[in-house]
Design a protein around this ligand. Sequence first.
Ligand SMILES: [Fe+2]
Length: 175
Amino acid sequence: MILDADFYYNMLSKDDQEHAQRVTNLSLKIALALGLGGELYYLKRAAKYHDLGKLKITSDILNKSGPLTEAERKEMMIHAKYSGEMLCEVKEDLRVIEIAMLHHENYDGSGYPFRLKGNEIALESRIIRVADVYDALRSERSYKKEFPVDVCKKIMIKEKNHFDPVILKALLNIE
Ligand SMILES: [Fe+2]
């Protein structure tokens, strides 16, 4: 059997697949609002596959309803690296691997796995970061209810240092 990224994507839960689809759509909308036309192929694939690494995280952690312990949080954080490794394993394009692996890096350097800052983070990863956080806030999760649009926007503005300001502004205009 030839493994490809969709092999893993199809193993994700329905919720995770739908999340990936919404993040892809919103990321593309943001990219178009920013006037990026040319290379949306990489953004599209990386957004679809950004959370494949969750397949390697135990479901006890993924579905936990309360706050994670420090050890659980650390394990959860490895999923971004796992996404990169799994995409590497199926010989995905290097650019897609990089973008997916950096989807939890924050603009101010407080993210993971590499604590990159600003333009050190691939542009597409910065776009997915904004779309991913927004969609997580808008959705019901095991540990939270879905929030209305205005609450999501307020939370993201409060945490604005995590995001590329131009990309955050584009999202706030779209939603
Ligand atoms: Fe993630």
